[in-house]
Write a protein that binds this ligand. Sequence first.
Ligand code: FAD
Length: 276
Amino acid sequence: MTATATSFEFYPPKTDEQRKQLDRTAARLKSAVPDYVSVTFGAGGSTLSHTPETIERLQRHHALEAAPHISCMGGSREEIRAQLQRYISMGATRLVTLRGDLPSGMASPGDLRYASELVEFIRDETGDHFRIEVAAYPEMHPQARDAHADLKHFIGKAKAGADGAITQYFYNADAYFRFVDDVRAAGVDIPIVPGIMPIANFSQLRRFSEMCGAEIPRWVTQRMLAYGDDVASVRAFGTDVVAQLCQRLIDGGAPGMHFYTLNLARPTLAVLARLA
Ligand code: FAD
């Protein structure tokens, strides 16, 4: 098991069955002694979100430091202010701060347009109360005009007051190292923690990767397709690929690893068990 700082991301369960699963997963992942865990929000649904109750559950039942993801999509300044106060009263001291995406059918993007504006707003409202993490895209955000514009916008988030960043997942370490070099060359030195997606269900991963603009290398896809329904081989190969990626990132100086767990413990623990 590695000594590198780790954090684990969960999505908020909505049913009792999902809550039980999260409890089992959180209990198992706690053995890996994470720095903190984080809880996502559903696209655009800040007020309907199950995020706060999940934060409370992880704090209370599992004694984990839990960071809510917060979005400005669809929310007014007043609503975001209320959310910040709620998280402060719950004892949260860290936020993963995102623009989010507008769900289809929702007309208004809200008072703030970009994550950089949300970071500024949080700083204005709450000073240094929160440690603020923002998103980074080593393979470019899918809606960005081009890679240079996206890098410039990332730097804008850091300058607006972010303390650190977590990347979208990727399977190409060079994309991460190049992104970090470019950010450093622009004079920004906040830690950029790679987001790691263990491979649990390959067809689901392929669909998801197309939506969020993450590239799965051809050689990985071809091997996975050849394994077909051979679940044991898919798991073993997936663990191999992701553990090698993590080891390269650690050896190359990555300041930590943020695992997209999808509320499953096994794929993440299998990778961690392989790291030096
Ligand atoms: P921004 O940083 O605002 O960027 C969005 C786009 O706008 C980019 O293309 C950027 O280049 C462009 N842009 C930024 N500033 C400007 C400007 N001034 N002018 C013109 N263009 C600009 N989604 C969820 O629904 N729930 C979650 O909990 C969640 N958690 C995430 C956690 C992490 C670590 C990551 C990497 C992503 C997460 N996402 C989540 C996905 C995220 O909401 C989407 O990728 C969203 O489309 C962008 O959010 P952002 O904060 O990166 O946006």
